[in-house]
Design a protein around this ligand. Structure first.
Ligand code: NOJ
Length: 602
């Protein structure tokens, strides 16, 4: 369908049919949904069972259900327009990549693009047309659980990574069956939630908005993102879901975004709880007049839009513009001509390779007192609460992951060491007394520590981001026994390591690095892979230093910068524990003859 045909199609539709296209429904009552689709009251279906899909178990995608819904939309609904199916495919499908924050540590957008091509292939094969990814919210607060879903504190790195994900998902030819429409989220300022509390309001000046938070969205628009999701945020007193200035004037007019905007889950209805709309009907009017195109789940549009148009509170012209954008994307991604699922053979071994490469490049070496890499013939003990863990290595938002593909760190080490007697594993979470005697015979202990994926992701924030006390005690105990201690730290977010750092001779920050996390850890420990991860977020010394990020504006007095040595705190050094970009390798590098391409920056 060409532009003209889409316009003609819209002119032939009744107001109710148009409003149906603006409605994204859930899948929990299949029979009811079929009925709604048959009546033309649904334009899209979200394949999620709950509001915080990244935290809860989700039903697998059932291809036959999707094809049946699609058949009803195409053959039985009054408009015959296919549905677009969306799912949160955030950092992998069956094969899982490191969490996005860890991926950013690779500083390798080419690998990320290739990896997301593989993710797109796996997801499209199950009928997913559209993903709610990438998250490109700038995050300066590691207490915020969702910092793991984005690419850290730097707008440039976030822009590059966001573009890589968009290109990876969407591919070169959007009409191909393995092309998945991307969604840049959460527009705007979500990462600035006060206190690192999810969903909290944000105060953002225009200066900060434009220089930091908006930049990755401009990059996403330039990369051709099909859709954008609004954030739950209230910025400086105005919820984004009702802001015509942010949604229409900046995103559509100024940045030239051509696709459509989807609300975050229920965020139109939430305008009522936020006190800007007196009821759901007014909420629908506010969001429509801001030109927020599609309503995820709250049903405000489908319930009230026709009445609002009849009462002159929303113009039909605006509705036409919103429908146009949705049909434009459905057409662009080949749905209008090829609505059903094309199942293909997938070459999984290719996916394993790129997924492993990503994990290799994300693990970040923070400290090494001449201890790593180890020789496989060296006798070591492996202990710690994450030694036998699998689920949390995958990280949050892994709805479709195949856990059977995941190895624990214990298994990966056992696979790599020919003489099994060189490895001593503790069985439970902590050191058992009965291996104390064996520890007697080793001088090096690998302590595998971490946080559960359940304390990361949506609505999972922490007030304290230091190494959990019992894990610190374990490292201390090893040190007290006179061992060389290698800390393998599997955390989704940055943590504050000042108190713990002295108890480790080496620190390998392994994040939640997906299906191949354990193999990458073992390969790096044994020197098969040279560590190359670089921190995408500054690591504070203590929680009280938050926010701490490298790209702050110059401060009025020399030497008072809170990133370099200064005198901001009396009870803590002002420098970060590890700065943005920090990460060691087994090689020494010398930089020389540095040149600046431009003498001045505007
Ligand atoms: C709410 C989350 O904020 C968003 O990121 C996600 O895509 C939607 N739920 C859909 O699950």
């Amino acid at each position: 369908m060409h532009i003209e045909e889409i316009t003609n199609k819209i002119h032939s539709m009744s107001l109710e049919e148009k409003v149906g296209q603006l409605n994204q429904a859930g899948l929990w009552d299949f029979e009811l949904l079929c009925e709604e689709v048959r009546k033309g009251r649904v334009g899209s279906v979200i394949l999620a069972d709950s509001a915080t899909a990244g935290n809860d178990e989700q039903q697998r995608v059932i291809i036959d259900q999707l094809n049946e819904l699609q058949r009803i939309a195409v053959e039985e609904s009054p408009v015959h327009i296919p549905l677009i199916f969306g799912r949160d495919v955030i950092h992998g499908y069956r094969t899982v990549l490191p969490v996005p924050l860890a991926l950013a540590a690779s500083f390798n957008p080419d690998a990320v693009e290739k990896a997301y091509r593989a993710v797109a292939r796996e997801a499209a094969n199950d009928g997913v047309h559209w993903t709610f990814s990438p998250m490109i919210d700038i995050a300066r607060d590691p207490r915020w659980g969702r910092c793991i879903e984005g690419f850290g504190e730097d707008p440039y790195l976030t822009s590059k990574m966001g573009q890589a994900v968009i290109h990876g998902f969407q591919g070169e030819d959007n009409k191909k069956a393995d092309s998945v429409a991307a969604c840049a989220k959460h527009y705007l300022g979500y990462g600035a939630a006060e206190g690192g509390r999810d969903y909290n309001k944000a105060e953002i000046s225009d200066y900060t908005l434009r220089n930091y938070y908006l930049k990755p969205f401009k990059a996403a628009v330039d990369a051709g993102t099909a859709t954008v999701m609004n954030s739950f945020s209230e910025i400086s007193g105005q919820p984004v879901a009702s802001s015509r200035y942010l949604l229409h004037d900046i995103l559509k007019d100024e940045l030239g975004f051509k696709g459509f905007i989807i609300s975050d889950w229920g965020s139109i209805e939430q305008l009522v709880y936020e006190g800007v709309a007196k009821d759901r009907k007014e909420a629908a009017a506010l969001s429509a007049n801001a030109e927020l195109d599609m309503d995820m789940i709250s049903k405000c549009y489908i319930d009230y839009m026709s009445k609002l148009v009849a009462e002159g509170k929303v113009s039909e012209e605006i509705i036409d513009k919103m429908v146009y954008r949705i049909l434009y994307i459905k057409e662009k991604f080949g749905l209008l001509n090829n609505p059903y699922i094309t199942h293909r053979q997938i070459n999984y071994s290719e996916h394993f390779e790129i997924t492993k490469q990503c994990a290799d490049e994300t693990v970040t070496l923070l400290k090494n007192e001449g201890i790593l890499p180890l020789n496989t013939s060296k006798r070591i003990a492996l202990i710690g609460p994450f030694l036998h863990e699998k689920r949390s290595l995958l990280g949050s938002w892994t709805l479709d992951a195949d856990i059977d593909m995941v190895q624990s760190v214990a298994e990966a080490f056992a696979d790599r060491v020919p003489d099994k007697d060189t490895l001593i594993f503790s069985q439970g979470d902590y050191l058992w007394d009965d291996i104390l005697s064996e520890l007697h015979n080793v001088d090096t202990v690998l302590v595998v520590l971490g946080e559960s994926a359940k304390v990361t992701g949506e609505n999972n924030c922490l007030a304290n981001i230091e190494l959990p006390q019992e894990q610190l005690e374990l490292a201390k105990k090893m040190k007290r026994l006179g061992k060389k201690v290698i800390g393998v730290l599997c955390f989704g977010r940055p943590i504050a390591l000042e108190k713990a750092e002295p108890y480790f001779d080496a620190i390998l920050y392994a994040w939640h690095s997906g299906t191949y996390a354990a193999q990458s850890i073992a390969d790096i420990v044994y020197g098969k892979v040279n560590p190359s991860g670089k921190l995408p977020m500054s690591f504070p010394r203590a929680t009280g230093q938050i926010p701490i990020y490298y790209n702050y504006h110059a401060m009025p007095r020399n030497g008072m910068g809170y990133y370099g040595e200064g005198s901001n705190y009396l009870d803590c050094r002002s420098t970060p524990m590890y700065p943005f970009g920090y990460g060691m390798s087994y090689t020494k590098f010398a930089y020389s003859e540095a040149r600046c391409e431009k003498a001045a920056l505007t």
